[in-house]
Write a protein that binds this ligand. Structure first.
Ligand SMILES: [Zn+2]
Length: 281
């Protein structure tokens, strides 16, 4: 009797154990799930609260990758070192690039004299490509194409079309919220992450920290002066980093302190919240 029961449990487990798909950031998890429904167990390596730029997977996370049938990459720094290792350890795992056909841009290198450095192999540009609805549509398409290759028998077009419609609706709502801001309105963030967003909505991002380097006092003073001169109302800190520099600048400049995490989901709601905070003061 006991043996039969154990056997039944094992069968049930096998029937309900879903294939694992790994992704790098939570937005990709949301998108895979929206396109594929609940047919896969989707796991994001980086979760909110973790700095994705110096991320190192734990042993338990590596074990998870070793079970996975597919990995959707996004082009964030740790993939450069870890994806080849994941691929050699789990050779059955399919790897699909969610960032295909998206050009990464270095928004903080403005002067032309440094232009040749922009192609430096260590220069990733802004890796937060997912924080822009126009890029998000390309990411959705890449994930859709990857899922079709992974499981050609399944029709994913319903979930995909619904996701594209959702992204279009978010874009429309963002335009509504931001419509009263002057063209090239500046906004201040601690960590440079909204370059593509600024490009899409004709805004200008001022970042305090660049490429993981803490700001020098002189740089902070320049930001404080810009905030006062341009009458900027809010400065965005990020929960994944120390908020001390942002707090100091807010205090000295009189701007309000806002928060934004590039890892928060639902993706659309996160961007809408950013736009609402930006326009609420
Ligand atoms: Zn970042």
């Amino acid at each position: 009797m006991k043996k039969t029961l154990m056997f039944m449990c094992l069968l049930l487990n096998l029937a309900f154990a879903r294939d694992v798909i790994m992704v790098s950031v939570p937005m990709q998890k949301e998108f895979v799930e929206k396109i594929a429904g609940d047919s896969y167990n989707v796991v994001s390596l980086v979760v909110p609260g973790v700095n994705p730029h110096d991320f190192e997977p734990k042993a338990s996370e590596i074990r998870k990758v070793n079970e996975a049938v597919a990995y959707f990459s996004i082009g964030i720094e740790f993939e450069e070192v870890w994806l080849p290792r994941f691929a050699s350890q789990n050779q059955k795992m399919q790897i699909y690039d969610s960032s295909a056909n998206i050009q990464r841009i270095n928004f903080w290198q403005k002067d032309t004299e440094h232009e040749h450095n922009a192609h430096d192999e260590h220069d990733h540009g802004d890796t937060h490509i997912w924080l822009s609805p126009s890029n998000a549509k390309i990411i959705a398409k890449n994930i859709f194409e990857g899922l079709k290759k992974l499981n050609p028998k399944q029709d994913y077009s319903k979930g995909y079309n619904a996701l594209i419609a959702e992204i279009d609706a978010i874009d429309k709502e963002l335009k509504m919220i931001l419509k009263d801001l002057p063209e090239h309105q500046k906004f201040v963030v601690f960590h440079p992450m909204l370059g593509y967003f600024a490009r899409d909505y004709h805004l200008e991002e001022i970042s305090i920290e660049v490429e993981g380097k803490s700001p020098k006092m002189q740089e902070m003073i320049e930001v404080i002066e810009t905030i006062k001169r341009e009458n900027l109302k809010v400065i965005f800190a990020q929960p994944e980093f120390s908020t001390k520099a942002a707090e100091f600048i807010a205090k000295e400049s009189g701007a309000k302190l806002g928060f934004f995490s590039p890892l928060q989901t639902p993706w659309g709601e996160n961007l809408l919240n950013f736009a609402k905070t930006l326009t609420s003061f």
